[in-house]
Design a protein around this ligand. Sequence first.
Ligand code: ACM
Length: 521
Amino acid sequence: MKKKFSKPLITTIGIALLAIGFVACYAPQEEPTDLAATAFIPKPMSVTATAKSFHLNDKTGIEVQNAELEKLGNDLAGKIKAATGLDPVVQVKEESPSYRTIYLSLQPEAELGEEGYQLTIEPERIVLSANRPVGIYYGIQTLLQTLPAPGGPAHPGPFIVPTGTIRDMPRFAYRGVMLDVARHFFSVDEVKQYIDYLAEQKINYLHLHLTDDQGWRIEIKSWPDLTKIGGSLEVGGGPGGFYTQEEFKDLIRYAGDRFITIVPEIDMPGHTNAALASYADLNCDGKARELYTGTEVGFSSLCVPKEITYQFVDDVVREIADLKPGPYFHLGGDESHSTGLPDFIKFVERVRGIVRSHGFIDIGWDETAQTALDDQSIIQLWASADFARKAVEHGTKLIMSPATKTYLDMQYDSLTPLGLHWAAYIEVDQAYEWDPTTLFPGIGAENILGLEFPLWTETVTDLKDLEFMVYPRLLGLSEISWSPKEGRSWAEYKDRLASYIPRLDAQGINYYKSPKVDWPE
Ligand code: ACM
């Protein structure tokens, strides 16, 4: 007898077959699902991959735990749109997140510190949590590196994020770059573009070298000729320029929205020809200097014995303090070869008092460690480990900018069309293969506030030049400042760098194609 199936059984089999068919048609194809294989730069502290995937698509929303995070949610939505063309809706949702969302939340977790974050990617949702909004911001930068770079050709998708958990926090509190806007002026829009780049690498300080022999680049209302005369030229005789105070406040705001703090530098008592050309009174002989558009250093000095010098400094520091850039003020102090040492010491000590009287923490180049120091100052090592060692004896913390490793204006090799080589040629591997805690005997992790990567602009005239000198070295340097030292190796990094490069291509960044790296075709 033919076996007869009951009706309910047939229905069940039918549903099962339908379900199998559905899964066969709509289940994702084989896809990249190894979070640990993603070319993150800087490398996170830990990445645990779980071999599944989250699909970012037009159903994906962004939920934020409270209104404080809404701006970051909108930021993320904008970046996702730029990368994928998707347009996720942002909502505040205090309770547990919905299915298929990216959820941003503040969760106390002491171990992750001020700037750390945890990014948990599951097939159902992505949860990004941190103690503070800045940690959320850094987690967003990491998450975005799992998606196509913005600016490239429209990407058809699907947008697949491999699952796993990233726990991350910075190695150093201070991760800076310096831009010399005095030798060649960079417009507000150019500086903003640089700030956007810096944010991707979790840089948190932008030191602006605002004054030098060739130009004074910030409006000081009580001394208007500083910009009218001193801001009028630049190296090579071009038209120069300066930031009005409103523009400078706009830069501070723009950087702050990206968790980057501006560090203003007024370089003194040397590197001051632009000021000395603007006001005759600032010269010991009472005669204004000629404007200077060359690239020599060490020939200028403010007049240390004259009282008006300190009135001038006080006015400048006060007006800059009123713009509220942040906790630090850089008083320069490098290469003051035309100021005798006793005068130099007298000047720096008095100016440090002025800087502090306006509520700032003072930073000085390493020569300023020849003065009476305490543990409140910061010294920036660029040339002299001896001066820096003198500083740490007083408990003074260091910003490490050894010219032989971190100076972004140094040529990569003798063929580099831009840059200088007085400190070194710095190939991409040499900018990566060193560590600030072992470079100089007597200077260790406990003495170091962080790292800074300066770009002096004697030969660098615009944003394309800047990009060529900065990239790709900044990527490796940012990793030294952010990522754990353990396990760091050029052999591993250089492949990750090559995998990261399409992100620079998509953004149209002009970078140096070092022969040390196997570049993608
Ligand atoms: C410097 O490079 N003169 C600090």
